[in-house]
Design a protein around this ligand. Structure first.
Ligand SMILES: Nc1ncnc2c1ncn2[C@@H]1O[C@H](COP(=O)(O)OP(=O)(O)OP(=O)(O)O)[C@@H](O)[C@H]1O
Ligand SMILES: [Ca+2]
Length: 702
């Protein structure tokens, strides 16, 4: 310790001397001395603690001498003051609290902030109706307080970066060395006027290779940036002002209520509001392949960048953009897309092995020539021995050696096929440009190569081959089809069940701007939208009224495996419980034991009738309709006490079928023909009824 103090005091004296030279007044000088003395003495006094911390790291605790320990300060006595200015519009909450809440999945902190309810009121949003965006200031103040939903991208690399990358290539380096050698030897041999030809031309070739590959890589990265801007801009469903609408993912702000369903990407960090059968794929964050369940109590936290694997839900956005856990992760890793295509990689390998062989051969040639030269086995033009022991002039020896080395260098230059990978890069970049002109997005250069060898294309049906604009065009109630607008034929009890089944057992929603207004806005998947608009416009369904009269007890969300969704509900009026199912007609029919006829009577479903219904379904499918069935069952109270929330799946009563028409996309026939002409098979992949799929596949032939 004494040594530390003495060095510090020495240092102090030097500083004080310095002050003397600039003529500081005596009183000032004294104050300086005092200040230095205080600072350095306290430092000298504290330095053992620092030392001790280092010792602590490297020695087990029992080896630290007891006197160190006596004066060691409590490490936890340090105070960190985090000063975050609160935004005047949101005085109760700030971004770091929200970010940490989700990142650490802290249920305690959530409870302290008053749960999701408390946070949504601090964020001035409504869990049902979302934020009120009638005033654009609202969005602006949220941007100011919590930021935008965009991620900082690593700065785009300049042209010189790519030139430098190309220059780093080992073959290029070898060529450059060869060029320098060849230039030097050439000038030595043939004089500066003519001797630079060989070396100079290698330099020009290297320059060409570097500039061409840098230009093509640079343009490719620009194109990639442009494409990723388009492909990152995904539409997201949010509720604003009570109205469900689609906005761009970049427009999402903190406080938004986002509607998520199976297959959606979570657009920001947030909290669970409500939802059913939720499973989330967090593998992009954690690498864990098992799906994580999200619910109100145990795990109400959503992470940006994850994916909904099952179910549907509403989420309250708490952080966006760089404030999300995903954003934080993105800022620590830089996405490098300088990937080589498989062909490029193989060619580069080939080039470098050819180069290695070339080097080896050149080396062997060098050795052989040198040996031959020095053993006197070579002759000049006049037939004299080139090397005559000590009689040869030094200048001649050097000239001879230069000639030999130049020959070896030439072998290396010739052996390296530097143009080969360059030719491939150029060809791929050219085909990428051609494909862009044909409106085909190529994200990775290697895709061109892969596509070139594709023999089969598997395509989704809905939305790719069809327009994804579904509409109910056929309706069967019991065994009767209802033609035209004769919906008054449906008996009132069946109609009521239809209303309940459709308005409660859905992931879509209906929005009506005002009571008087007759315009409705439907949202949800195309299937849901079609059914809802049909029910509201044709069956006069009032979704809000039904929701007021009935309470949903349990939900089984739709997924493509089961092809159906079900609910258990309780009527507020008489307290009876009902189960409603909706789904692919053949799936629902298999669960039914009875059906309602047109008069509203329940009839048993015998084998004959089942065949009849099968024919109805096949008939609809054959005219390329997606066929959806509705079924109902009243469950008794004893069977369904408080603890029994199971949604019955057996002994249902069939209500009816609807047939949804999804028009084919124009131009598909030509596209399919083009593919077939090019020798590429087309396979259609769909969860629809096989007859519907067949009908749609053959529809283009008509
Ligand atoms: N929202 C829904 N509620 C109930 N049943 C549905 C719903 N959507 C689809 N179905 C039924 O489930 C079947 C499978 O639907 P899904 O959306 O999984 O098909 P898919 O595999 O995506 O095929 P495609 O690409 O042709 O739509 C459909 O044929 C339909 O009968
Ligand atoms: Ca689909």
């Amino acid at each position: 310790m004494s040594s530390i103090i003495s060095t510090n005091l020495q240092f102090m004296e030097i500083l004080v001397d310095l002050h003397e030279t600039v003529k500081v007044s005596i009183s000032n000088k004294k104050r300086w001395q005092l200040a230095f003395a205080t600072i350095y003495c306290s430092r000298a006094f504290l330095s053992p603690f620092k030392k001790q911390q280092i010792i602590n790291k490297f020695t087990p605790p029992n080896e630290i001498s007891s006197d160190w320990r006596k004066i060691s300060p409590n490490p936890s006595s340090r105070i960190v003051i985090d000063v975050v200015e609160k935004h005047p519009v949101f005085p109760d909450i700030d971004q770091p609290i929200l970010t940490n809440l989700v990142k650490e999945k802290s249920l305690n902190q959530l409870a302290k902030l008053g749960g999701v309810e408390g946070i949504s009121s601090s964020l001035k949003t409504n869990q049902q109706n979302g934020i009120n965006d009638t005033n654009p200031e609202v969005i602006v103040s949220r941007h100011e307080a919590f930021g935008m939903n965009t991620y900082q991208k690593p700065p785009t690399k300049s042209f010189f970066h790519y030139a430098y990358e190309a220059l780093k290539d080992p073959t290029i380096l070898i060529l450059l060395i060869c060029a320098a050698l060849s230039l030097g030897f050439g000038m030595k041999e043939d004089g500066p006027k003519e001797g630079w030809y060989d070396g100079g031309s290698i330099f020009v070739a290297v320059f060409l290779v570097i500039s061409v590959s840098a230009v093509s890589n640079f343009r490719q990265s620009r194109q990639f940036d442009k494409l990723s801007k388009v492909s990152n801009n995904i539409p997201v469903e949010v509720v604003r002002n009570g109205r469900r609408q689609q906005i761009s993912i970049f427009e999402i702000v903190v406080g938004d209520v986002v509607c998520l369903k199976i297959g959606d990407q979570v657009p920001a960090d947030g909290l669970f509001i409500d939802g059913h059968s939720l499973q989330v794929d967090e593998s992009s964050m954690t690498g864990e392949s098992e799906h994580v369940e999200i619910d109100q109590i145990m795990n109400p936290f959503w992470f940006s960048g994850t994916k909904v694997a099952d179910g549907y839900a509403k989420m309250l956005v708490t952080s966006v953009g760089m404030n999300t856990t995903w954003g934080e992760m993105m800022s620590t890793i830089s996405g490098d897309s300088d990937e080589q295509t498989p062909l490029q990689a193989r060619l580069n390998k080939l080039t470098s092995s050819i180069g290695k062989v070339g080097l080896l051969v050149a080396f062997l040639v060098l050795v052989v020539l040198l040996v031959r030269y020095f053993t006197g086995n070579t002759e000049d033009e006049n037939g004299n021995k080139e090397f005559n022991g000590s009689k040869t002039k030094v200048d001649d020896v050097i000239n001879g050696m230069v000639g030999i080395i130049a020959a070896a260098v030439t072998i290396v230059v010739v052996a390296i096929p530097e143009g080969l990978p360059l030719a491939v890069t150029l060809t791929l970049a050219y085909s990428m440009k051609r494909m862009m002109a044909d409106q085909a997005m190529v994200r990775k250069l290697s895709a061109c190569e892969t596509m070139g060898s594709a023999t089969t294309i598997c395509t989704d049906k809905t939305g790719t081959l069809t327009l994804n604009q579904m509409k109910v065009t056929k309706f069967w109630q019991g065994k009767e089809t209802i033609e035209g607008k004769n919906y008054t034929l449906i008996s009132s009890n069946v109609l009521e069940l239809f209303h309940q089944g459709i308005s409660l057992n859905t992931t879509g929603s209906v929005y009506k701007a005002s009571k008087l207004c007759l315009d409705f806005e439907f949202s949800g998947s195309p299937t849901e939208k079609a059914i809802l608009s049909w029910a509201v416009l044709e069956l006069n369904m009032d979704m809000d009224a039904v929701k007021r009269d009935c309470n949903i007890v349990n939900v089984q969300a739709f997924n493509s495996e089961k092809k159906r969704s079900g609910i258990l509900m309780k009527k507020a009026g008489d307290g009876t419980s009902h189960v409603h199912w909706k789904g692919a007609a053949e799936m629902i029919l298999a669960l039914c034991s009875h059906y309602y006829d047109l008069e509203g009577n329940v009839k048993a479903l015998n084998d004959d009738e089942r065949t009849k219904f099968d024919q109805i379904i096949q008939g609809m499918a054959a005219s390329s309709l997606r066929c959806i069935a509705f079924a109902h069952k009243q469950v008794s109270q004893s069977e369904n006490g408080e603890e029994n929330k199971r949604i019955e799946e057996n002994g249902l009563t069939l209500l009816g079928f609807v047939g949804l028409k999804d028009p084919c996309r124009p131009g598909v026939k030509k596209a399919v023909e083009d593919c077939q002409y090019a020798g590429v098979n087309i396979k259609m992949i769909t969860g629809d009824n096989v007859f519907t799929a067949k009908a749609i596949a053959t529809e283009w032939d008509t």
